[in-house]
Design a protein around this ligand. Sequence first.
Ligand SMILES: Nc1ncnc2c1ncn2[C@H]1C[C@H](O)[C@@H](COP(=O)(O)O)O1
Ligand SMILES: [Mg+2]
Length: 208
Amino acid sequence: MAGKNSFRNHSERKLLVLVDMDQVLCDFEMRLLQEFQSRHPNDPFIPLEERRTFYARDQYAKIRADLADNIRDIYNSEGFFRDLPEIPGACDAMKELKEMEGVDVFICSSPLTSYEFCLKEKFQWIEEHLGQEWLDKIILTKDKTVANGHVLIDDRPNIKGAIRKPIWEHVVFTACHNVHSDIRGKRRLDNWTDGSWRDLILDLQMRV
Ligand SMILES: Nc1ncnc2c1ncn2[C@H]1C[C@H](O)[C@@H](COP(=O)(O)O)O1
Ligand SMILES: [Mg+2]
């Protein structure tokens, strides 16, 4: 009988890896801060090492309500998602993952509800940074708990949705806002550059 952490119920024996975009492949927080400082040089800002909430606007709202509105205006602007910088090593790791035997990798991202630019620009970012063939590897959903996979690599510490116990193991990708979060026994992946992601994948593959 399959145990709690076993993946034996899956019909395919490939490891299905879901990878988030914002703050895992692309640096949402750094660009948000740079743009905020450039547009509002006289307003207080939150340095990345002092970020705590998942949504930046929630932390800015505690300083002043209008700062939260300014933050939202930035990520709703044309070009914001298209021009996000890459998290170091992310694209090389994704390309290597895609070529790994016994691994199938998908990008799993939640678009903003105000989708005017965000939706299209997520596709543009993927095409520019990873290549056209990755356009077939995109799962865009407001509810990641309904996505099927063995593992979801995502910076959001608490991922909630319609399914109370999602099928995937959530590996928390370390980000400025979650360094101090209580992740309750979940594993972390700190970066794409020190090679530890390969150990994680090997470990997960042993259980497929
Ligand atoms: N740190 C963030 N502050 C505000 N909004 C954010 C942050 N990270 C992501 N978002 C937005 C942008 C995305 O469209 C959605 C969901 O992001 P995801 O990385 O897929 O959980 O929230
Ligand atoms: Mg994210």
